[in-house]
Design a protein around this ligand. Structure first.
Ligand code: ADP
Ligand code: ASP
Ligand code: MG
Length: 412
């Protein structure tokens, strides 16, 4: 069971979380709980660390020491509340579970979890309450695994413990056809495939951390997304994320996902010779900067090309400084950065055997005067980069164009 920031925002909510845990314990299950920091707390800690570090705060192990501390508080508080309610429980920090990660500050990857300690905890009839989002590097430093990473802590633990499922409790009662905060007519989806959820998360739907879905898919851990804001048993609604083979209906478009946290870098005058893209993207990959939509203008032999790509807004200054350092080696003339862009994506497993999906999307944009900068596609996704001011209009337009608000569950 994983509880996010809003679910543990204060003691009253932590008490409700304890009732959800108690209900699972009462049904005879061994329970491992993962908690996030209280809502807003990680942002506050990031701000403190940034103020302390001053200029040049990029990736620094001591930032993780600060930023991981919110989860320590909630893990302890939930264990205390559970004990008060007569449920045997104890808290664990990442290093105590032996949540082993690599040594990339702020973006560490989980490599291995030693389940011996947790197995002993269950044997003694105790609930394990684990601090999400944090781990320990090979040289013993505290690491964090990326914003929103407690989902990944939970699914990784579920996989390692061979749990029957991983329940992600949050402030909505499931995954919707679009962010319910933007689209009033968004509907909850009863079921979604791992592939669809992976695409949704990776293009920016906040509801699940991308790597959590990748791990669930690789290890076959069924995920339920459900609300912690109701009492146990009060609202049976949830979204089940499962294998495609177990889903009969294949919707062409299941969801529309906006992401405002995008930025675009354009490199002008890149010499059109082999090896330049390799230098650019290797340097960014080494710094764990994820690159998304890449567009290169056509250039004749001997001429220079322009290249543009998108990345997370949070990585922009790091990427700019890396590329500026390679200006001579790459040989570009100018670097332009643009933060006033956002990405809107449509996702659906049925898309790969339906034609006309892109046509519907772009015609709908055209009718509303929404200009498209870049386009990228996968078998089950189409993303468009557009001016940020048009984000909400674009999302509502696509939600309507694909009939997502009206069609009954499982319909076309
Ligand atoms: P938590 O703190 O529990 O991890 P998050 O804020 O990370 O919660 O994720 C839940 C939020 O995700 C919801 O409040 C909702 O606004 C947002 N969200 C974005 N897209 C969707 C979607 N398609 N379905 C449901 N929620 C979504
Ligand atoms: N507390 C961390 C964050 O705000 C991790 C999480 O909530 O999943 O990003
Ligand atoms: Mg989250």
């Amino acid at each position: 069971m994983k509880f996010g920031g809003t679910s543990v925002a204060d003691l009253t909510r932590i008490e409700r979380v304890a009732r959800h845990v108690a209900a699972e314990v009462a049904s005879g299950k061994e329970v491992c709980v993962v908690v996030s920091a209280m809502a807003g707390e990680t942002d506050r800690l990031v701000g403190l660390a940034a103020a302390a570090a001053g200029e040049g705060l990029h990736r620094n192990a001591d930032v993780d020491t600060v930023v991981s501390s919110g989860e320590q508080v909630t893990a302890g508080l939930l264990a205390l509340v559970l004990q008060r309610e007569g449920i045997a429980a104890r808290s664990f920090l990442g290093w105590q579970v032996a949540m082993r990660t690599d040594d990339t500050p702020s973006a560490a990857t989980i490599h291995h979890i030693d389940t011996t300690t947790l197995a002993n905890t269950f044997k003694q009839g105790e609930v394990a309450v684990v601090a999400g989002f944090q781990g320990v590097s090979p040289d013993g430093r505290i690491t964090t695994i990326g914003r929103g990473g407690s989902d990944t802590t939970a699914v990784a633990l579920a996989a390692a413990l061979k749990a029957c499922r991983c329940d992600i409790y949050t402030d909505v009662d499931g995954v919707y056809t679009s962010d319910p905060r933007i689209v009033a007519s968004a509907r909850r989806l009863d079921r979604l495939t791992f592939e669809e959820m992976l695409e949704m998360a990776s293009v920016g739907a906040k509801v699940l951390h991308t790597r959590s879905v990748g791990i669930a898919m690789a290890h076959g851990v069924p995920i339920r997304v459900l609300s912690s804001l109701t009492e146990p048993g009060e609202n049976g609604a949830c979204t089940l994320i499962m294998d495609e083979n177990d889903i009969i209906e294949r919707r062409t478009v299941s969801a529309v996902v906006p992401s405002r946290a995008e930025a675009r870098i354009s490199l002008l005058g890149v010499p059109n010779v082999p090896g330049k893209s390799g230098i650019i993207f290797t340097a960014l990959a080494d710094a764990k900067v994820n690159i998304d939509m890449i567009v290169q203008s056509q250039a004749r032999a001997g001429e220079s090309a322009n290249m543009s790509f998108t990345l997370k807004e949070a990585d922009l200054s790091l990427a700019q400084s890396i590329l500026a350092g390679l200006k001579d080696e790459i040989g570009f003339t100018d670097l332009m950065a643009d933060q006033d862009v956002s990405k809107v994506s449509i996702i659906g497993v049925g898309m790969n055997d339906h034609s006309g999906v892109a046509a519907t999307m772009f015609a709908a944009f055209g009718k509303k005067g929404i200009n498209i900068h870049n386009i990228s596609t996968s078998e089950i996704k189409i993303s468009a980069l557009i001016p940020a001011d048009y984000t909400e209009l674009a999302v509502r337009t696509l939600h309507d164009a694909f009939g997502l608000g009206e069609v009954s569950e499982g319909g076309a």
